[in-house]
Design a protein around this ligand. Structure first.
Ligand SMILES: NC(=O)c1ccc[n+]([C@@H]2O[C@H](COP(=O)([O-])OP(=O)(O)OC[C@H]3O[C@@H](n4cnc5c(N)ncnc54)[C@H](O)[C@@H]3O)[C@@H](O)[C@H]2O)c1
Length: 445
């Protein structure tokens, strides 16, 4: 099947490469000529495990092409996916649909007969598909089949998620759209990936409901972590103790510095906008947004407290900048408000991230970037683990402690245990690890 992908960002590129790997003929289109030139030269615009070899293999077999030419790119396509960005609109948090609608208007005059099925893969609010049908009609394209096929891949595990999805959601109003999308995803039926057909509006909402629910889970365990600290319990054990219950599930129960990334922050805000427009309050999601914003903003104070109440003139080593491991994505990363807060309070910050430094550098001009974890720790008063990259899971803490001036380890991802840190002579400050507080409380009594 011939597939066109409009927008060759994280989702468009991964989806396009995976569709090509299934055997489809895929053309990925983007307005960003530098990106397309780089892809045609075999360079990846994003850091994602396994992506380069997948792209190169499929490009070499002639199944995957990259172009800025929309007309040539969509010619003969049976399915045209729209995977452009839908960032939060400044001011109100509504999903900015400018890029989606612009792509539809550019596409309209190029539509062949029989017309392709137009599929939104971008995360778009309920009713966007309806509006696309109207725009196409305004542009003289009647009776277009428009479907919603939200994407659930996670950055850092994107290829695996795309190829072995928990489910594929397709929202469509007509049989032709369902038939085309069934054919697009047929190779995945071998893996028995459930294909869930719904109405278009339902599919659009499923994506927001899924992300909002995951954001709720993260914020829930973060608040439980605060309680653990106050009452002398350990959130790692609480998470395990509840996560083993199948009704709850163990995933997304890792206490930390708050969620970031390109999806949860903007999608929770956009869901609230949809709810406001519909006159239906979503108090849980509203609270989660507030809890998460506060949490991210409070991390600098947490580090400051661990360092004795002031960071002025002190040196802080930050390990991990990307919003999560295995990506160079810095969008809404918890490292940003943390570092900003520390710098404002007079700290010097030396940071290291295995892949995100290039993305981070322009966002934090006053930070010193180190070549590795050891170099960052050199002379530092405290070491703060912000992103749980694999290479930070087995650090030689003795070695780092010896290089540091102070002896404070703030572990915002609970990679280590108190005992690991103490063996190296470091004082440990994890998230929701309240055992030490309990010991203090018992002594005080
Ligand atoms: N990144 C993720 O993990 C993820 C996961 C699931 C869903 N999504 C959703 O997928 C959508 C895309 O996200 P992303 O992270 O891939 O965005 P991105 O910013 O990485 O990529 C978007 C691309 O679209 C291009 N573009 C914009 N308008 C265009 C046009 N008219 N014609 C051609 N190209 C155009 C841009 O140049 C850019 O390269 C968003 O709605 C997002 O919410 C993202």
């Amino acid at each position: 099947m011939r597939i066109a992908m409009i927008g060759t960002g994280y989702v468009g590129l991964v989806s396009g490469a995976c569709f090509a790997d299934f055997g489809h003929q895929v053309t990925c289109i983007d307005k960003d000529a530098d990106k397309i030139d780089a892809l045609n030269a075999g360079a990846m615009p994003i850091w994602e495990p396994g992506l380069q070899s997948l792209v190169q293999a499929n490009a070499a077999r002639g199944r995957l092409r990259f172009t800025t030419d929309l007309e040539g790119g969509v010619k003969g396509a049976e399915a045209v996916f729209i995977a452009v960005g839908t960032p939060a609109r400044r001011g109100d948090g509504h999903a900015d649909l400018t890029y989606v609608y612009a792509a539809v208007r550019e596409l309209a005059p190029l539509i062949d007969r029989p017309p392709p099925v137009i599929v939104t893969k971008s995360t778009v609010p309920v009713g966007t598909g309806d509006r696309i049908v109207e725009i196409l009609a305004e542009e003289g394209v009647a009776g277009a089949a428009v479907a919603s096929n939200p994407e659930f891949l996670r950055e850092g595990a994107a290829i695996r998620d795309f190829k072995i999805p928990d489910r594929i959601v397709v929202g469509a109003e007509d049989e032709r759209a369902r038939a085309v999308l069934r054919e697009v995803y047929r190779p995945l039926f071998l893996n028995e990936a459930p294909l869930l057909f719904t109405s278009r509006r339902t599919a659009e909402l499923i994506k927001y409901a899924a992300n909002a629910f995951l954001a709720v889970k993260i914020s829930f365990i973060n608040e439980i972590a605060d309680l653990c600290e106050a009452v002398g319990a350990d959130v790692q054990d609480v998470a395990r103790g509840i996560g083993l219950d199948n009704r709850i599930g163990a995933k997304f129960l890792h206490a930390g510095p708050g969620y970031g990334g390109s999806c949860f922050p903007k999608d929770t805000l956009a869901l609230l906008q949809t709810a406001d427009a519909a006159g239906v309050d979503q108090r849980i999601v509203r609270t989660v947004v507030e809890v998460n914003d506060r949490r991210k903003a409070s991390m600098a104070a947490r580090v400051t407290a661990a360092m004795g109440g002031s960071v002025a003139g002190k040196r802080v080593a930050v390990l991990g900048l990307a919003f999560k491991p295995n990506t160079d994505d810095m969008r809404e990363a918890p490292s940003l408000p943390l570092i900003e807060g520390l710098l404002k309070s007079g700290a010097q910050v030396a940071a290291f991230d295995p892949v995100a430094v290039e993305q981070a550098r322009p966002l934090m001009p006053d930070v010193e970037f180190a070549a590795d974890a050891h170099a960052a720790a050199e002379g530092a008063d405290a070491l703060v683990i912000v992103t749980e990259w694999d290479e930070f899971r087995a650090l030689d803490l003795d070695d780092l402690a010896a290089a540091m001036r102070g002896k404070v380890l703030v572990d915002l991802r609970n990679v280590y245990d108190r005992a690991d840190a103490e063996r190296a002579g470091l004082t440990y400050h994890g998230i929701g690890r309240g055992e030490a507080n309990r010991a203090r409380n018992v002594q005080a009594r």
